[in-house]
Ligand binder design. Structure first.
Ligand SMILES: Nc1ncnc2c1ncn2[C@@H]1O[C@H](COP(=O)(O)OP(=O)(O)OP(=O)(O)O)[C@@H](O)[C@H]1O
Length: 573
């Protein structure tokens, strides 16, 4: 909670202003019943028209002031609530983007989205309510109560009775709704997760004719959430009519008990009306306070969920004495071992090799042998759990992360593009790239032809997730993006798999000619893709099964030979 409350600190002066305005508003509201009582007793009953007019004018001025205070408070409260939630949402986004892969895996993507949207909305709405009523309601309630008692002490028991009835209603509402709030938020998470997964996998669902089954699954979660929401909202909305009933009943009770006092001459009619208004103000204040008491626990659940993300200590951080050395690109794995968080077994064990600038180092092995995991350790998506990775002899954990990643051109296994244009995607690699640079990298990655065929050329729109380009085109644009960076180290994580043989060959040839003195690390499934590499590392169950050139491995490494035999014909071998 403290983590969230600190966001309101800069607004303390505005909050003080709100409290002052609310104080004036409450005082103004409290003065109205008294004017009303005077109009009845001294104006209407005594037929004094000029008194009615002059008091009426005063009431009008007070009402206008009251209205201005209320508008100002609403305006300021909304500003504070919107300002704080904007800042929290920004910090939430920054925090999540700083998360290592392991920390991201700890929260589901759907939950992170719910936390930064739905939960933030709860916090914002409650902030406005609290700022408007948390201070106003007690001032108003206590003030109205004092005024009511000073108007008629004999009738004050009616207010006590009304408050007792309301207290019972509110306690009941709080008891049954509050425990449900945390469950509601978790259900929203689940619904978002299902929605996210189903929309991403819509084509698979269609291909397997699984729409009905998926709809039913969605429906089950949707119904659960609807039922719970209905239950909570009904319990809350049931409050309102009950409160109204209590208010009306209290008014009746006051008139009934007050009539006797009027008859005996100890109270005037105007006083009864004033008393009714004061008691309504007390009840309304109580109602506001009760609403806040119901909303706060809900917002606290949301605030806790947001704080959970904000207070994650990012594991992969810059070393206190992080350095920014000049990087030439020699990548050395020194007895590296790695296991995923919460997974007991090592995915990589005792890996050692050196990849040199100007050379290609390739990784091959069966699926799940740890190839992607190995290359993901170089940009520090995860940190090694044993041994060390060094670049030009410097442990990467001591290099500033930004500096390290600037030296790497990473092409992920799954081509990922962002909504925008082809140009904006390529400039992701380097925002200073000139059009001729973009054309150059597009040519190397064998993308230029299909880009120029598009009506918009480099300005062609890329839709969300790059769904309007083919898998192979997506991979080639991803490669061009990495090339635009002109880095010292290239990582291609199985990035040629969606390319046909001819394009694969042309791309590798162009890469070879243009890579200069960069270090090239290529994960591949196809022997043909890596056959010419200066160094091939064969991985088997997370361990190095062989290191050498194609010819050396064909002679010495059984696993490599088996892979080659399964892919190449006799002539090629
Ligand atoms: N985020 C993760 N959390 C836990 N285990 C993981 C995670 N990612 C991968 N693994 C496991 O690590 C092992 C190695 O996976 P990795 O993706 O590195 O293999 P790979 O050789 O690249 O496979 P492929 O050729 O199929 O891409 C696998 O057993 C996999 O189940």
């Amino acid at each position: 909670m403290k983590k969230i409350l600190k966001y309101y600190k800069p607004y303390i002066p505005v909050m003080i202003l709100i409290v002052l305005l609310l104080f004036f508003q409450a005082m103004a509201e409290l003065s109205l019943p008294e004017y009303m009582s005077k109009i009845i007793d001294h104006g209407i009953i005594q037929g004094n028209l000029s008194y009615i007019y002059s008091t009426g004018r005063k009431m009008l001025v007070v009402s206008l002031l009251l209205m201005m205070c209320a508008i100002a408070v609403s305006f300021l409260a909304s500003r504070i609530a919107a300002g704080t939630t904007r800042k929290i949402r920004y910090d939430l986004f920054s925090k999540v983007t700083s998360f290592s892969k392991a920390e991201l895996d700890g929260f589901s993507i759907a939950s992170l989205i719910t936390r930064s949207t739905n939960d933030m909305q709860q916090i914002q709405t409650t902030s406005v309510m609290v700022l408007r009523f948390a201070c106003f309601a007690p001032i108003m309630g206590i003030g109205a109560f004092i005024k009511a008692v000073s108007t008629s002490l004999e009738l004050s028991w009616t207010i006590g009775l009304a408050l007792l009835a309301m207290l019972l209603v509110i306690l009941f509402a709080i008891k049954i709704t509050v425990p449900k709030f945390a469950i509601v938020q978790k259900m929203v998470d689940k619904l978002n997760l299902i929605m996210n997964e189903r929309l991403t996998g819509i084509l698979v669902i269609r291909a397997f004719n699984a729409e009905k089954r998926e709809e039913e699954r969605f429906d089950t979660s949707n119904n659960d959430l609807t039922k719970l929401n209905l239950f909570v909202n009904r319990a809350i909305s049931f409050n309102m009519p009950l409160m109204m009933l209590i208010m009306n009943f209290t008014a009746m009770l006051i008139v009934w008990a007050g009539a006797d006092l009027v008859q005996t001459g100890s109270l005037q009619i105007g006083n009864i009306l004033a008393f009714i208004q004061y008691s309504m103000q007390v009840i309304m204040s109580f109602l506001f306070i009760s609403m806040i008491f119901i909303m706060i626990p809900r917002a606290m659940v949301s605030a806790r969920r947001v704080a959970e993300v904000l207070q994650v200590e990012t594991q992969i951080v810059d070393h206190v004495q992080a350095v920014c050395p000049e990087i030439n690109g020699t990548v050395e794995f020194r007895n590296v071992s790695f296991s995923y968080p919460d997974a007991g077994e090592n995915v990589l064990t005792d890996i050692s090799f050196t990849a040199k600038p100007g050379e290609t180092t390739a990784f091959i092995g069966s699926t799940g042998s740890g190839k992607s995991t190995l290359v993901n350790l170089i940009p520090r998506f995860y940190d090694v759990t044993g041994g060390a990775i060094l670049i030009d002899g410097v442990d990467i954990r001591t290099i500033e992360q930004k500096h390290l990643r600037n030296a790497i051109g990473y092409v992920p296994q799954k081509g990922i593009l962002f909504s925008g244009t082809i140009e904006s995607n390529l400039k992701f690699g380097s925002d200073q790239a000139e059009p001729k640079d973009l054309e150059h990298v597009a040519a190397i990655s064998q993308s230029l032809d299909f880009i120029l065929e598009k009506p918009g050329k480099f300005d062609e729109v890329i839709s969300q997730g790059g769904t309007n380009v083919s898998g192979g085109q997506k991979q080639r644009i991803s490669i061009a993006r990495a090339l635009a960076r002109n880095p010292q180290i290239y990582i291609f994580d199985d990035s040629f798999s969606a390319l046909d043989f001819k394009t694969d060959l042309a791309l590798r040839k162009a890469l070879k000619e243009n890579m200069g003195n960069s270090t090239m690390l290529i994960v591949a499934q196809r022997i043909n893709t890596i056959k010419d590499a200066e160094q091939i590392i064969v991985l088997n169950e997370g361990q190095v099964a062989g290191i050498g050139t194609h010819h050396e491995l064909m002679k010495e490494c059984q696993i490599y030979r088996e892979i080659a035999e399964s892919q190449l014909d006799k002539g090629e071998m």
